[in-house]
Design a protein around this ligand. Structure first.
Ligand SMILES: Cc1ncc(COP(=O)(O)O)c(C=O)c1O
Length: 387
């Protein structure tokens, strides 16, 4: 029997801490009331708890309590933000949108939808090999009819941090709204999200909360609300923008997970950085290409292509040691190159074989980067014999 497989795929999803699971269980089995029930104590307790969670989460991005809407995750938040702003663009004749070609599909597809079915013009900016879109490149594309800029906080494949805070300052006072998909960066690079960003999408399961919970922050500009139209209709919950009975237990799980993460953030960052250094030192045994600018990256995501090695074959080969992923989408018979690495202008050979390692240092057990590098080096025969 081999050793336990080390989980190095936190960019896909994270483990729920038992302390968080306990809180979720409590709000499912004991305080199980509907936060919308006005006629009894069960409802009142749930409502009060949700208010406390909302207020805490708002504080983490410097927003006001009423500016936070609970959703099922970043995909839904992105859809409410992007599709919800479209009617305002149509009414005001501002139908130009700027985004990047390295966004998650949960941004690219709603914007493609607006382009294909509602006559929006969408610029997809390519970042170049650094993987970082420049603020200047965005500003150069700004037009009087630019309704929205949508730029992700941290890229989910490379870990590269995008200049969202700088962009927010530049767009402050203009008529263009800024949406940031912060699924990967929320809590990890907290200072950025306190900037005057109009719309922020948050995903719970990337930060230790259960899957199926997230939030959208819709920050006011002075007294002016972001003019979002609902994309769903129902009981009017969440300022009518996300109708449906509030998942109180999941909301309380998100609250607990974020609290726990932020309490330990400094240690997390230090340990994640140390592990990154160990990984890079160990990988020195192999020949690899580092994808994206390491000096502008979160400490826990690393994207590399190993010379001459097929990423899918490598994942299968390493399966007993580590759980990792590629950025490539798998279609039935063939693997398409990662749209992120392609948009960075990397050659198809490199873009098709990128591997993403992502970790929470306290969850990798006795994972040994040197053992991993050793195995990979032996699969690169020319490298192995050189040593
Ligand atoms: C950048 C980014 N945006 C959006 C999502 C989707 O988030 P959720 O699973 O919460 O819908 C992810 C998750 O993979 C992501 O990495």
């Amino acid at each position: 029997m081999g050793a336990v497989v080390a989980y190095l795929d936190v960019a896909a999803t994270t483990r729920v801490d038992p302390q968080v699971a306990d809180v979720v269980l409590h709000w499912m089995t004991e305080d199980f009331g509907n936060a919308g029930s006005r006629t009894h104590e069960f409802g009142a307790r749930a409502k009060k708890a949700v208010h406390e969670a909302r207020s805490f989460l708002a504080g983490t991005v410097g927003a006001k309590t009423e500016e936070v809407i609970f959703t099922s995750g970043a995909t839904e938040s992105n859809n409410i933000a992007l599709l919800g702003l479209a009617p305002h663009g149509e009414q005001t004749g501002r139908k130009h949108v700027i985004t990047s070609a390295i966004e998650h599909k949960a941004v690219i597809e709603p914007l493609q939808h607006l382009k294909e079915t509602r006559g929006f013009e969408v610029d997809f900016l390519e970042p170049g090999p650094s993987g970082r879109v420049s603020t200047e490149a965005v500003l150069e594309r700004l037009r009087p009819d630019t309704l929205l800029v949508s730029l992700m906080h941290v890229n989910n494949e490379t870990g590269v941090i995008q200049p969202v805070a700088e962009l927010a300052e530049e767009l402050r006072g203009t008529a263009t709204y800024l949406h940031v998909d912060a699924a990967q960066g929320y809590g990890k690079v907290p200072q950025d999200l306190a900037a005057p960003i109009d719309l922020i999408s948050i995903s719970g399961h990337k930060i230790g909360a259960p899957k199926g919970i997230g939030a959208l922050v819709t920050r006011r500009r002075g007294w002016d609300k972001v003019p979002l139209s609902p994309i769903m209709f129902g009981g009017g919950q969440e300022r009518k923008l996300r109708p449906g009975t509030l998942p109180v237990a999941l909301i309380m799980g998100l609250y607990e997970a974020v609290k726990l993460f932020l309490e330990n953030r400094e240690r997390w960052e230090r340990d994640a950085r140390e592990m990154r250094e160990q990984m890079l030192a160990a990988l020195g045994k192999t020949r690899f290409h580092l994808n994206g600018d390491a000096s502008n990256s979160v400490p826990h995501i690393l994207n590399v292509t190993f010379d001459g090695l097929n990423a899918e074959a490598l994942i299968v080969r390493l399966k007993e040691q580590v759980a990792i992923a590629t950025g490539s989408a798998c279609t039935s018979a063939s693997y398409t190159p990662s749209h992120v690495l392609m948009a960075m202008g990397l050659p198809a050979e490199i873009a098709s074989n990128g591997l993403r390692f992502s970790w929470f240092p306290d969850q990798v057990g006795d994972f040994d980067p040197h053992g991993l590098a050793e195995t990979i080096a032996h699969m690169q025969p020319d490298v192995a014999t050189d040593r």
